[in-house]
Design a binder for this molecule. Sequence first.
Ligand code: ARG
Length: 459
Amino acid sequence: SCYKMWGGRFTEGPHEALHSLNNSLPYDSRLYADDLDASKAYAEALHRAGLINSAEADKLVKNLELLRFDWIEGTVKILPGDEDVHTVNERLLVEITGELGQRLHTGRSRNDQVVTDMKLWLRKAIRETLGRLSGIIETATRQAELHLGVLMPGYTHLQRAQTVQFSHWLLSHAFALREDGQRLLELRDRANVLPLGSGALAGNPLGIDRLWLAERLGFSGVTANSMHAVGDRDFVVDFIYCCSMVSLHLSRLAEDLIIYSTKEFDFIKLADGFSSGSSLMPQKRNPDSLELIRGMAGVITANLTGIMMTIKGTPSTYNKDLQYDKQFCFQSFDKLSQVLEVTDGVLQTIQVKQESMEAALSTDMLATDWAYYLVKKGVPFRQAHHIIGRVVSEAEKRGVDITDLPLGDLQKFSPLFGSDIVAVADYSNNVQQYNAIGGTASSSIVEQLRLLKKCARDL
Ligand code: ARG
């Protein structure tokens, strides 16, 4: 007969359809190691509370440790009656240790157990995600350093705006990822309080030392209200939100790159390894990698809505609805890991086409710098803006660039135009003037590189 965690008050087992709906093993088995770690600590806590002796605690700990190898080697046999990873681990333990194994769950509930497991898992997921983020930030800083001095048109509303350095554009995306990393670090600290010892909902009446358990499992404290602890999945929502934000940022980077890789722009070329062909048109080179990155933001953000809608309106403490948290959480993590890896590969292998970028610069993008030229000669900015607007319109009327207008004609718009205006017609000279902190001058980019390299080390 199969091992059951419950059933004393039942005369028949669950209907097959219910069993299959209730069975969470296909996704929660990935918590096996966290479940074993938490159980080992709990066995020791039972001994410290005088509920089992030290030899018994040792035996439980050793046998829980042995189960880890069965999972790793794939020799764990799932039986038809198994419901979730907690029931499987307990069944296996009881199979080896008999009655002793049946003592492990003393004062514990799967309600405090599963939240504890999820929090242990989350710590590792956050660490891995931070590692991938810092990898991309490093790649971006390397490419930015390599291409320092390369100019490109900067856009607002996707209309040519002002000249910027390619590195400045690339690092703008790295800074968004830096904040994502900081968000994850905040979540890690906030979530790092131990729920174990909350029981099903009311707490633990058997003298379990929760502060000791917290320290033993690497938590910085314990949850303060058992009813809150067992029903709380906010840390899962927060994590999926963090994943969504990363995915939104990657989607914006991907969109820029998709546009820049068109023949019309031709600013960058994706490596073959990150492009695909067309089954019909032989000449095609499609940026599928970037489209998959962009599209994933939809998948992950759907999970965010999914978990929020699952939690919405559930009554106090634990309800089985919460079991669905894992699918949203694990899928968000797995999909994000995939797109982070592809993004890193794209950036590592991207070809930056300096000539086309610089050929795309046009003199209308100098207009703002011309206005600043007049400002430096004492003209109020609003007037300077207006004067240059008239210069631009005159050039348009004549069908020439503003830099083609003779000095004598410029002086009709303002007597302050002098022969030194030619210096302002130099794109790279202009770029270097934007040297306030955060601007596109090289001095500012060097400081940005310093900040990002430090962040890549700290994440
Ligand atoms: N598999 C369950 C989950 O993931 C564990 C908690 C079950 N607790 C219960 N009282 N049925 O949510």
